[in-house]
Design a protein around this ligand. Structure first.
Ligand SMILES: [Zn+2]
Length: 58
């Protein structure tokens, strides 16, 4: 998953771990709802390269 605002990527296979950790430590359920736990922006599935702007090569 990818946050277009924070420009952060969360590996799909770690989502459940991170979700649980955030919930237990901070009571933050944003990630559980598919949103960035930092800014609340809806996360984009990293599996789909839907929007690829020309911005470096990754
Ligand atoms: Zn964010």
């Amino acid at each position: 998953m990818y946050c277009p605002r924070c420009l952060k990527t969360i590996p799909e296979d770690r989502i459940s771990d991170i979700t649980r950790e955030l919930k237990n430590t901070l009571g933050n359920t944003m990630l559980e709802k598919g949103k960035c736990p930092v800014c609340g922006t809806e996360l984009i599935s990293a599996g789909k390269p839907a929007e690829r702007h020309e911005k470096g090569s990754l």
